[in-house]
Design a protein around this ligand. Structure first.
Ligand code: GTP
Length: 354
């Protein structure tokens, strides 16, 4: 998608602690985790810019400096970028209200900073304006809504009900299961409904309040959508890009190796492997369906499958990691160790061989 979606400013929520992504988020905020060599949130910035957005406010909390140091004032990208920082965690709506002073009196896109999607933003705005809604939520289909907030709509595409984590008896046979996809359009009036300086959740507090006065639209689509909030979904996001499933990111092929990574000629890089900048893969090592973080070193004869390594991890010769082992930055896995997941190795830890 490119062109003018009709909304030119956006708030990206990037202040969460990313607890489900520990230890990868011990040293870096979740939106700055790399997706094939670029910070994840930069993919969102590109998507917004292509839709005609020219002003982006990052609403920060946890580890704000990494984000501001990377994007600066946005001039290098031809964008205006600003930053606000929660004085204490303000929640997903409180963090939008905290950005208000950097916004104009116009509609704004709001994005959760951990969603990879090729959503048609222009279609979302058209639906919003067609309804005259105060707020409009993008929806995505799921097979099982029990872990999410189910959003029901009427025939016009207005929200009729929010059902948080529905039990089996709350589901209507045959109804489509659609959840909040973490992308919204908000009018100034909707933003004014959020009390400032307080902890407020947009999902639990603001949207139900606005829906009561009939002001919330919702647009379902079958676009690509993934929440990268857990290590498994972060790994899957890489596999989706390799498979060419994410509309605006071209697939680099069945695997991706950063141009400056060093892969020994006797190593095997299988489909689904992503080897980050400056990483080194030793002789006879085997990497399959895994993310190898920047600067990490995989020793001779080591085998890594279905796992995620942070930055500057050292995997000793002959070690084996498989089935969702998540390794924090700077950790060391001793030669010959075998780690079968699901397992998290803390940031900086040393794992000895058995
Ligand atoms: P978990 O701790 O693993 O649940 O992750 P999280 O902290 O990122 O929370 P969640 O996935 O619910 O957050 C959705 C989006 O909103 C993420 O992009 C967060 O960075 C952001 N976010 C959540 N809470 C806050 C907050 O209190 N302040 C700000 N500024 N952003 C937030």
């Amino acid at each position: 998608m490119s062109g003018d979606a009709g909304v030119t400013q956006a708030v990206i929520l990037v202040g969460g602690q990313g607890t489900r992504m520990r230890p990868l988020t011990d040293t870096i905020p979740k939106p700055m985790l790399s997706l094939m060599g670029l910070p994840f949130v930069e993919r969102q910035v590109d998507h917004l810019a292509r839709a005609g957005v020219n002003r982006i406010v990052f609403s920060c909390g946890y580890r704000p400096r990494e984000i501001e140091a990377y994007f600066g004032d946005g001039a290098a990208r031809g964008l205006e970028m600003g930053y606000v920082v929660d004085p204490e965690p303000l929640g997903t709506a409180g963090a939008i209200a905290n950005a208000e002073d950097l916004l104009t009196e116009d509609d704004v896109f709001v994005l959760n900073g951990d969603i990879l999607t090729d959503l048609d933003l222009a279609a979302l705005v058209a639906h919003h304006r067609g309804l005259g809604a105060e707020a409009t939520i993008a929806l995505t289909p799921v097979e099982d809504p029990s872990a999410f907030g189910l959003v029901r709509t009427d025939a016009d595409g207005r929200v009729s009900a929010f059902v948080e984590k529905p039990g089996p008896d709350e589901l209507i046979p045959g109804e489509p299961y659609r959840i909040n996809a973490g992308t919204y359009v908000l009018t100034p009036g909707a933003r004014a409904a959020i009390p400032r300086g307080e902890q407020v959740s947009i999902e639990r507090d603001t949207f139900p309040l606005l829906a009561e006065r009939g002001g919330v639209g919702a647009l379902a689509s079958d676009c690509y959508w993934r929440d990268i909030g857990t290590p498994a979904s972060y790994l899957d996001a890489h596999l989706d890009v390799l498979a060419g499933a994410v509309g605006f990111i071209p697939s680099p092929g069945s695997s991706w190796i950063a141009p400056d990574a060093q892969v020994d000629s006797a190593a095997t890089i299988e489909p689904g492997a992503c080897v980050g900048p400056g990483a080194a893969i030793g002789p006879a090592a085997r990497v399959g369906s895994s993310v190898i973080g920047s600067g990490s070193r995989v020793g001779a004869g080591a085998a890594i499958a279905g796992s995620v390594l942070g930055r500057d991890v050292t995997v000793g010769d002959g070690a084996r990691l498989e089935d969702l082992v998540v390794v924090g930055d700077g950790a060391t896995i001793a030669p010959g160790s075998v780690v079968v997941g699901p397992e998290s190795i803390p940031t900086g830890a040393s794992v000895a061989a058995d």
